[in-house]
Design a protein around this ligand. Structure first.
Ligand code: FE
Length: 246
């Protein structure tokens, strides 16, 4: 079963992760969903696929009231990111969904109508969450051609989507990275193959190096925190990507 766990709390400002699920069927890639709450209203990042909707929804219900979710955020178009959209809209048809503008003609195949989608322009935008200003950070070609991260400058947390993703063995259930070298071994093949552009990657590394980041939260794998954040960015900067695995 998935479970929502708090990874940051400062008064009414909370980040929860609905972390990967060791009991899921192993033909499904495991995912992390993040629920950002501020003064009682929440935004859900990369809500996941329709296959895992029941377990994500149940985990959120066990932690908080899902009616307080006021927006969805999809970093890109993949099925494990946002194919649950129509189920979320069955729960609340008014729910807006922030998506990179490039995918505005494609993601509606998962559901929604002309009022559902708020396109994120290429340079990024601010998202207001009940008084908290979140910033989208461009991450195009990493891996999707239209791709966005989400930064919370108050909590100093970057939701990094597929960047930082590690395909960890099933017995690695830690939410946080505890052995950087071990985690990075499970991340290397994924980044080499899935990340599409060395130029875009270099650009991203420079962009995020300027941000204060206490936690880098990927959609697969474990969360990098403290010194491991910079360690990861430096590792990624050096990695050759967009090539078939050698
Ligand atoms: Fe993806």
């Amino acid at each position: 079963m998935k479970k929502a766990q708090t990874i940051f709390q400062q008064g009414n400002h909370i980040w929860r992760v609905v972390a990967r699920d060791p009991e899921r069927p192993n033909y499904l890639i495991d995912t992390n969903e993040y629920l950002i709450s501020y003064n009682g209203k929440s935004l859900l990042t990369d809500p996941g696929g329709m296959e895992i909707f029941p377990s994500v929804f149940a985990a959120i219900c066990a932690a908080t009231n899902p009616e307080d979710i006021v927006a969805l955020f999809a970093s890109h178009q993949d099925p494990d990111i946002i194919s649950s959209l129509s189920l979320w809209l069955e729960f609340n048809p008014e729910l807006p969904c922030y998506i990179p503008w490039l995918w505005t003609g494609f993601i509606p195949h998962f559901g929604g109508n002309k009022d559902t989608f708020i396109p994120i322009p290429d340079p990024g935008m601010s998202i207001q969450l009940n008084g908290l200003e979140l910033k989208t950070i461009p991450a195009h070609y990493l891996h999707s051609s239209g791709n966005s991260n989400l930064y919370d400058p108050v909590a100093r947390i970057l939701f990094s989507g597929d960047i930082g993703a590690a395909l960890l063995p099933a017995d690695e259930t830690n939410i946080f990275v505890y052995d950087f070298d071990k985690t990075i071994k499970s991340a290397e093949g994924f980044h080499r193959r899935w990340m599409g552009s060395n130029y875009a990657k270099q650009n991203w590394c420079e962009r995020v190096s300027k941000l204060d980041i206490d936690m880098l939260c990927p959609q697969h794998g474990a969360i990098f925190q403290g010194a491991d954040v910079e360690r990861f960015i430096n590792w990624f900067a050096e990695l050759e990507v967009g090539v078939l695995q050698r």
